[in-house]
Design a protein around this ligand. Structure first.
Ligand code: NAP
Length: 270
């Protein structure tokens, strides 16, 4: 897959990224079926496969249980990947805790760097608890992330938002935004449109409706979801969570076919 530049940053991401919730956490998740965490051999094989298929972008978070630690231990070519991390949420003993203070933000980034065995993070996003505008107005996390970027600990910063207002603020004030978008949920389209106007990058989460795309009311399943997402010019990378190698291969093949068809249409228009 051809990597593309993310907004105005120097980062280059594959159009399809790999979400890593399912290698780290299987409690209190909303996927259609229960699952066991894959063992180390399966995670290693999945990461190698992703790399071979052209995926260079991984999404993780302290809230994804063992995800960061396992990536730190098992990731091949650790320094060549673009890793998207988060701050603000921890998942401890089966429960989420949120802290958007400056102290917690700095501590969280330090701990992520230690677990991931890196000295810099490519992207760090605020892991919103749903109260985007209260976090933005009342908490220190966004300013602290901008400070960490100025200090060279992080290359690009943004927020994984849950509202249009939060997404629009993020697009205007930070490097990139992570938004939800799929055929049955297009409420955040104004955020994507604003990002396209301002030249900012958008990361898409829950693009397959967290595994419900096959059954989504709009019909068309996974292919329809990918078509919708990649038709938007602001989309830098769609982060799909999977621990199934066949699904990973299928998603990459569909993405490549959709992007190739788009490229052919653009060439004909020129
Ligand atoms: P998603 O990517 O929309 O869906 C993942 C689900 O789809 C998994 O259960 C996966 O099951 C299934 N799947 C993937 N490819 C498939 C295929 N080809 N055929 C059938 N099923 C398929 O949802 P998500 O995991 O909720 O979100 C994606 C990523 O976004 C997460 O991993 C995480 O990195 C990030 N995220 C961020 C936030 C945030 O607040 N920042 C919130 C949610 C998610 P299999 O494992 O069986 O393939």
């Amino acid at each position: 897959m051809k990597q593309q530049r993310v907004g105005q940053s120097d980062l280059r991401m594959s159009p399809l990224g790999l979400g890593t919730v399912k290698i780290g956490r299987n409690q209190q998740v909303k996927y259609p079926t229960a699952f066991d965490l894959p063992d180390d051999a399966a995670v290693t094989a999945l990461l190698h496969l992703a790399w071979e298929l052209g995926i260079n972008t991984l999404d993780t978070a302290p809230a994804y249980g063992e995800s960061e630690r396992r990536l730190g231990e098992l990731l091949p070519q650790r320094h060549d990947w673009v890793i998207i991390g988060k701050v603000g949420e921890q998942f401890i003993n089966g429960q989420s805790f949120f802290d958007f203070s400056a102290v917690a933000t700095r501590q969280s980034v330090e701990e992520s760097l230690r677990r991931l065995r890196r000295d810099m993070l490519d992207v760090v996003l605020v892991h919103s608890d749903g109260n985007d505008m209260a976090i933005i107005r009342e908490q220190a996390v966004c300013d602290t992330l901008l400070e960490l970027k100025a200090e060279g600990k992080v290359k690009a910063v943004g927020m994984s938002t849950k509202s249009v207002a939060g997404g629009l603020w993020c697009v205007e004030n930070m490097d990139l935004v992570m938004a939800s978008y799929h055929p049955d949920y297009q409420d955040e389209l104004p955020v994507l449109d604003a990002a396209a106007r301002l030249g900012k990058g958008v990361l898409i989460k829950k693009g397959l409706a967290s595994g419900h795309a096959d059954r989504a009311a709009g019909g068309g399943g996974i292919e329809a979801a990918l078509r919708l997402i990649f038709a938007h010019p602001a989309v830098a990378s769609l982060v799909v969570g999977t621990i199934n190698p066949d699904h990973l291969r299928q998603n990459v093949a569909l993405t490549e076919a959709i992007l190739a068809a788009q490229g052919a249409v653009e060439t004909r228009r020129k």
